[in-house]
Design a protein around this ligand. Sequence first.
Ligand SMILES: [Zn+2]
Length: 361
Amino acid sequence: MKISQEQAISLVKRLVEIESPTEDVDACRAVVNEANRLVEELLGAPGEVRDVKGHPTLSWKSGKPRVLLLCHLDTVWPKGSFAPLWQVEGDVIRGPGSYDMKAGFVQAVMAVAALEDRDGIQILATSDEETGSAASRALIEESARECEAVLVFESAINGKVKTARKGTSMYQVKAIGRAAHAGLEPEKGINAMTALASLISSIESLSKPEIGTTVTPTTFHAGTTLNTVPAEAVVEVDVRAFSREEQERVDTGIHALRETPSVATIEVSGGINRPALDPKMSASLFEVAKESAAAIGMPPLEDASVGGASDGNFTAALGIPTLDGLGAVGDGAHASHEWVSANGLTERSALVAEMLRRLLK
Ligand SMILES: [Zn+2]
């Protein structure tokens, strides 16, 4: 089935106009159901919609899956927070979640629709990606394990596919001291705030910016009233790194804070959330993508490494070849200038169709 650019734009519009912030499960269900209608129209048969740990999910399969096309249909935009809801000006399509990543979903379905033989394909669209995929992670991993390759339809970055993504870790470091009246007997207190503050620079020193490892204290809370020695203080720490080894090095370093001599008791919670997407896991698929781009007459396809993690990090960590950034061309994920290229819709779906032909041969 050949889909014109005009039709492609109207498919994106149908999904964008059903706003679907992750927290609003009914809204997510509405967009997932609409996505399934779109699948039925383009592929001749609907997929299966079901709740996975409370989050609506769409799965469409043909035959025994060999290639998993991974998408999400939730957005970071609360209803009514993005205006106008829909706008097309020349090549530029604007709308909440258009770039991240409703256009990517449409491109995935268009690519499959373009194929003569669709056996071996699974399309999976979840609705809790933007909050970390706690509900859908197990299903994503289980589906990926069956497959030889995972294609992720998160947006391209400046037209480039994503061959490496940093992993994320999150920590809370807490100091527990003892409260006391700051005027009457401060010497009986143990100041958790100053104890924890003295550790902040050792936390930051775990960074290795030269290889992309960042360790960023992001929130700090301490104290209850002006005249009380703070009994408790908490710092949250955001960690990003390109390799598992780096994530583990920082993990060890942060847990070692418990052993630091301190007047307060130091507790550490948290750990590695999404593992890094190692470029080794995307290399073979990037080759297929470059060959496919050349075969369909596209300009040479380039790749990029990015800081943010996606569901592709989970599948790559299982050892399944994973290529990300096969979705929309445009810009402005999670930003008010979010937009998608109309030409990109047809170009990138043709690219993925060619990749699928090669991968399923
Ligand atoms: Zn996304």
